[in-house]
Design a protein. Sequence first.
Length: 239
Amino acid sequence: MSTRLSVNINKVALIRNAREGNLPNLQEVARDCERFGAEGVTVHPRPDQRHIRYSDIPLLKAVNTTEFNIEGNPTPEFMKLIEDNRPHQATLVPDSPDVLTSDQGWDTVKHKSFLQDITAQLNEWGVRVSIFVDPVPAFVEGAKAVGAQRVELYTGDYAKIFGSGQPARAVAPHAEAARVAAEVGLGLNAGHDLNLSNLRFYAEQVEGLLEVSIGHALIADALYYGLSNTIQMYKRELA
Ligand SMILES: CC(=O)[C@@H](O)[C@H](O)COP(=O)(O)O
Ligand SMILES: NCC(=O)COP(=O)(O)O
């Protein structure tokens, strides 16, 4: 089973927002990411709409031919966005509005009742639910308990520890969390700060990885290698 690459286009939207107008055209970039081999498009509309705007979502949905994954904290505004646009997957992330970037996953034990209600509503709308968690077995089990179909393991700490030259220590908790996910029957996604240096090792060591969503490093790499070439480079790391 190969791991799907979902390209997160937040940073393309950040460049677009730096000026009036529509350059780069987000719809075109999303369509081209798929044409270049992406097996999904991911966006994370934040409340301040610093990059992805709520108005982008229906336009991106209209051109999506692979999988559309919308990430975010399940606020009423987020839930309305999901109800109106019905992406394939909603990834629930516990970010506060002012956070620079996502930096932790859910405590699915402490927030069981809330996540249970949100998950049930999303499933009722036909949307697969993935819950963003740190690689902690209890939080993986908690995601199953709230009725989610998948977990997305937060790989920020993995990237930091890998980058400090300790790959085995970096990946160990993720390999264990993946085993727990398989045991309880949860699908497994992963993301945050994955890049061309740390991706292959992660995918080789973490069993049953269905999807990685990658944005920041991939878009930065595309400045040097071009978007088409870069997407192919990332897919080769997953082959
Ligand atoms: C949830 C996660 O780790 C990322 O998907 C997040 O979308 C990154 O958000 P920024 O692009 O705003 O840093
Ligand atoms: N869920 C992770 C994601 O979509 C992209 O994270 P990053 O590669 O921008 O750090």
